[in-house]
Design a protein around this ligand. Structure first.
Ligand code: CMP
Length: 137
């Protein structure tokens, strides 16, 4: 069944000039980009987006990283796109993400407190709808 997900190209992906490559992979897979914009995230947006991580040791470094530069936000649609995009992204740690995935092919660890792992993808229908409302209103 067709569903939609929120994809973020995080500030490391935008700064490294990987926006086109990441969106190319999304389109080549056969998904449809139905909304797309570049945004400078606010603290309020990030507090809402990362509410489940508040209190964790990487929370503040994560928020600071997300404030460090522009993010590209996209709404992506397709059958099973939530699971499909997370498979394309690879596991959280770029060092061990499988080759062939966005993080595995394009990411690595940078010796910092936060995983600069290029992309975010919603993990459920409920979080997708919540996150789309945060980034697209
Ligand atoms: P994402 O899964 O999109 O959302 C939470 C983010 O927090 C995650 O990507 C990483 O960028 C970061 N993160 C998650 N776990 C850790 C960790 N153990 N150490 C540092 N950063 C993390």
């Amino acid at each position: 069944m067709s569903e939609r997900t929120l994809v973020l190209i995080k500030p490391d992906g935008v700064a490294r000039g990987l926006t086109g490559e990441i969106l190319r992979r999304v389109e080549a897979k056969g998904y449809t980009i139905t909304a797309l914009k570049q945004v400078s995230a606010s603290e309020e947006q990030l507090a809402a987006h990362y509410a489940e991580h508040q209190g964790k040791p990487f929370y503040q470094p994560l928020v600071d990283f997300m404030l460090s530069g522009p993010t590209v936000a996209a709404v992506v649609e397709g059958d099973r796109v939530i699971e499909g995009f997370r498979t394309m992204a690879g596991t959280t740690e770029p060092t061990v993400a499988a080759p062939g995935t966005i993080r595995g092919d394009l990411g690595r660890d940078w010796g910092e407190k936060v995983q600069k792992n290029l992309v975010h993808g919603s993990d459920s229908v409920e979080s997708a709808e919540y996150e789309i409302s945060i980034w697209f209103g």
